[in-house]
Design a protein around this ligand. Structure first.
Ligand code: BES
Ligand code: MN
Ligand code: MN
Length: 472
């Protein structure tokens, strides 16, 4: 977007900036190699996937952090999920106290990944890192093993230039279950409070405006996901016997789900809130190309396109358990389960949004169909306070590293642990950065990282560390 791409006024000069630039450049092949090794570990954090792989991924990250040689403690830690006694996935935690009144910065990313889906939908094997042109393909190559390696590579460059004897306090938290809703984070936070305490927190898990323009994420939507089971019959029967006189569960589910949206595709659930947000210009043409909208298919919703993505709710049906086509006999289906994934606008607590969706579904259940709700997960939205000095330093570091001023963006996605963290540390400044771009296709087949973005993200973070170290 040329209208948004503003050249940086003049290259602000971070102390030691040129040396950092050299060190980041020289370290890039090693960072790509280490990233490739991480991508080879299929660390899917969801139930039903091998937890030993998430453990192996945590061990690999721990070795990378230890290899920096600048931390007092590096450990693998996990916490129980609520009061269940079941432990969440392993995270890597490292810390080094500040000296001489310098600030402490916490670097966050996650080493778990989404399931790969069907291998046949990928052009290369999902866990075999594959370089094509400027992009490295593989599950987690962008989301968020690139975030993990951005921290490692920035710290390597920082150490090379500043030596081991610096005053900046450092903490590293590489989570192992972000893609599963950070379900043990509340307890993890209680148990590791001291190690997570910081003046500023870099959350390297978001997007950039495009591959040449950086973004600082200032708004995140929340999420509500759950499984909805719709039942109408005690057992299945021949559709010729009773079809037309009793509702099957598929029919009831289709009618019920259809009530969730207006004719223009806006969410039609009372009690789901939206906010007003000024958004950069973004044309329908750009939406069509970035989202791969097919010719002749219309966008949905109303208002500015980016406000639909950042400031309004959405409801998506992401899965269905019903007989597959090979078993599609002429039968009335007694019960259907769907997975529903909703995005919540900044400002609304996720549990309040969940209650509104449940109330809507109960009020619209056709023919008295029975509804059951299970596997509920709620994550709160977040609005970043951008008034602090570290946000200014982060913006300046982006401009210096990319040669272009950053755009303030919202994201339609969610990073639920952020609001938990801020509830505990209200004074900490939150810097949501990242290494994705609109073509990264996180969660989808052919996920990839743009290596130019990776390079600039590492340099940005190295410059930011140097700016914080230079503070009196
Ligand atoms: N990195 C994403 C968040 C994100 C999404 C950043 C879109 C930029 C653009 C993160 O890993 C993620 O996918 N979060 C999940 C959270 C969910 C599992 C609770 C999401 O948004 O679906
Ligand atoms: Mn992520
Ligand atoms: Mn993700």
């Amino acid at each position: 977007m040329s209208s948004t791409q503003t050249p940086a006024p003049e290259p602000t000069s971070t102390p030691g900036g040129d040396a950092l630039r050299e060190a980041v450049h020289a370290g890039l092949p090693g960072a790509i190699a280490d990233l490739s090794s991480l991508v080879r570990i299929p660390s899917v954090s969801w139930d039903g996937f091998d937890p030993a792989q998430v453990r192996a991924s945590a061990e690999a990250v721990k070795a990378l952090v230890e290899g920096l040689g600048i931390f007092d403690t590096v450990s693998i830690a996990s916490a129980p999920i609520g009061d269940s006694g079941v432990h969440g996935q392993p995270a890597v935690l490292a810390s080094r106290p500040a000296r001489e009144g310098k600030p402490t910065i916490l670097l966050y990313a996650h080493h778990d990944v989404q399931p790969p889906g069907d291998d046949a939908d990928w052009d290369s094997s999902p866990f075999e890192p594959t370089l094509v042109g400027d992009r490295l393909y593989g599950r987690g190559a962008a989301d968020d093993k690139a975030g993990v390696m951005t921290h490692i590579a920035a710290l390597r460059a920082f150490r090379e230039v500043h030596g081991e004897d610096f005053g900046l306090g450092l903490a590293v938290f590489i989570e192992g279950e972000e893609e599963f809703g950070s379900r043990s984070f509340a307890r993890f936070l209680v148990e590791n409070r001291d190690a997570l305490q910081a003046d500023a927190i870099v959350v390297a898990d978001s997007d950039n405006w495009n591959t040449t323009t950086p973004a600082l994420t200032v708004a995140l939507r929340g999420n509500v996901t759950f499984a909805l089971t719709v039942s109408t019959l005690g057992h299945a029967s021949h559709s010729g016997m009773f079809g037309g006189a009793v509702p099957d569960a598929m029919m009831a589910t289709i009618l019920l789900l259809a009530s969730l949206w207006d004719a223009d595709g806006s969410v039609a659930v009372d009690g789901l809130r939206s906010i007003e947000m000024a958004t950069p210009e973004y044309t329908e043409e750009l939406l069509r190309s970035e989202a791969a909208l097919l010719d002749g298919v219309a966008p949905i919703g109303t208002g500015e396109i980016l406000s639909r993505l950042w400031a309004k709710p959405s409801v998506t049906v992401t899965g269905i358990n019903a007989p597959s086509m090979v078993n599609a006999s002429n039968t009335l289906i007694p019960s259907v389960t769907v997975k529903i994934s909703a995005r919540i606008a900044p400002g609304q607590p996720a549990t309040e949004a969940y209650d509104a969706i449940v109330a809507h579904l109960r009020a619209h259940a056709p023919f008295g169909a029975r509804l059951a709700f299970t596997d509920v997960d709620c994550g709160n939205p977040f609005l970043v306070d951008t008034s602090g000095p570290s946000v200014a330093d982060a913006r300046a570091a982006m401009a210096e590293a990319w040669g272009v001023e950053p755009v303030d963006t919202g994201i339609g996605g969610s990073i639920p642990f952020v609001s938990d963290l801020v509830a505990t540390f209200p004074a900490a400044e939150i810097l949501v950065t990242g290494v994705e771009d609109p073509d990264s296709r996180a969660h989808s087949p052919n996920e990839s990282l743009h290596l130019g973005v990776f390079h600039r993200a590492i340099l940005t973070e190295a410059l930011l560390l140097a700016k914080l170290e230079a503070r009196a």
